[in-house]
Design a protein. Structure first.
Length: 297
């Protein structure tokens, strides 16, 4: 098979991963029409359709899935081999792709990345902001950031932030019109702002604890969003009650814009962790980043 065929196979993998010719073309640095022509030519040479195209999305056919299954690990090995050459350089280099929530990016990653990137100009970090639970293996990402209790057991996890406490808040005006909840179960009678996980689509059940007993309350309300910042905006606008990290809302509580309730039911839990699969030797650049982000109490 010619070198061009290998390039076409890689282009196919990127289109399948992105689920879009537009996003894949941007990733590869080519035009959408050129990429479409490349994939069409590959399918013609193989004599089988690899991608099912609709006006809204692109997805692999059964033949395409089989090709992804066999080719994906091969291209990962090639990328790993190229990355390992960085060990021979005088200065660490390479690109590190991380999926993270917006909150973790703002409060933990960006403050530490600023001096890190200045010190290592040959290292590039790409952040994918996603409040869902992305699969870093299938999306070929180097690492992800999740709360400690959400990290899969087969991943290596490094703690990068302190414990987090979610607290219940609303505006003084809202509580002037609705009685403050005395127990978490009282929240079922309030207009609560729900969070829907972008990845699997489920609604987050608010988690509480007292006297060592953990329990969830499935709240309801008029507004459902999939981003913490929009929850905060909705709370400040007086729409209803929200459940957010204390650090995120503390300035608004101190200023009197928000009121906190059910404090004794809201206990801390493990904060953000950087996680990654143990599938290959970490590059010097990645190892440096892990040590930079590592939380030191």
């Amino acid at each position: 098979m010619s070198r061009e065929n290998y390039n076409d196979l890689y282009a196919f993998l990127v289109v399948a991963e992105k689920g879009s010719f537009t996003r894949a073309a941007a990733e590869l640095g080519v035009s959408q029409s050129a990429l479409s022509h490349t994939i069409r030519g590959l399918e013609e040479r193989l004599g089988i359709r690899l991608l099912a195209r609709t006006t809204r999305s692109v997805s692999p056919t059964e033949a395409g899935e089989r090709l992804i299954h066999s080719l994906g690990p091969c291209f990962e090995e090639i990328q790993s081999g190229l990355s390992s050459l960085n060990e021979l350089r005088d200065t660490p280099s390479g690109t590190i792709r991380i999926t993270t929530s917006g909150l973790a990016a703002d409060t933990i990653l960006m403050p530490k990345l600023t001096p890190f990137l200045a010190e290592y100009p040959d290292i590039q970090v790409e952040l994918k902001i996603d409040d869902g639970l992305s699969d870093i293996v299938t999306e070929r990402l180097d690492a992800g950031v999740r709360l400690g209790e959400q990290v899969a057991k087969d991943m290596i996890a490094t703690r990068i932030g302190p414990d987090i406490r979610l607290i219940v808040v609303a505006t003084p005006d809202y509580f002037s019109r609705h009685p403050e909840p005395v127990t978490p179960h009282d929240l079922t009678r309030h207009n609560c702002i729900n969070f829907r996980f972008p990845t699997h689509g489920g609604l987050y059940a608010w988690e509480f604890e007292q006297d060592g007993r953990e329990f969830n309350v499935q709240v309801s309300g008029q507004l459902i969003v999939n981003n913490s910042q929009q929850i905060l905006t909705a709370i400040l606008n007086g729409i209803g009650v929200g459940f957010l990290p204390e650090d995120m809302v503390r300035p608004h509580i101190d200023s009197g814009r928000l009121v906190q309730v059910l404090d004794e039911w809201c206990l801390p839990f493990p904060g953000f962790h950087l996680y990654y699969p143990n599938r290959r030797q970490a590059s010097p650049a990645f190892s440096l980043l892990v040590e930079t982000l590592r939380y030191r109490d």
